[in-house]
Design a protein around this ligand. Structure first.
Ligand SMILES: [Zn+2]
Length: 86
């Protein structure tokens, strides 16, 4: 059995198994933002549950942007809004 790594969702502040969450990483070297990046991407990361409420919450007051210390493009926001429906 693999050890569960718990991460806090910035939408609802619940701790969950990070395997079941959306990971958003701002790569340190490039400043680019990746959704569910591969293990080669290193940088500041935040986690969100796969649901509308947490994703919408993370956009409020630019919370997600502040956590990442980066600006979010509309494209990225649209991607996040639809990712859990895939
Ligand atoms: Zn959540």
């Amino acid at each position: 059995m693999t050890k569960e790594t718990l991460r806090k969702c910035i939408g609802c502040f619940n701790n969950k198994n990070c395997q079941t969450m959306i990971k958003i990483t701002r790569e340190s070297s490039s400043g680019k933002i990746f959704i569910n990046p591969n293990s080669k991407i290193f940088g500041r990361s935040v986690y969100l549950c796969y649901n509308d409420l947490c994703i919408a919450n993370s956009f409020k007051k630019n919370k997600l942007a502040k956590f990442l210390k980066a600006d979010l493009t509309e494209e990225l926001k649209e991607k996040l809004k639809t990712i859990h429906k895939e």
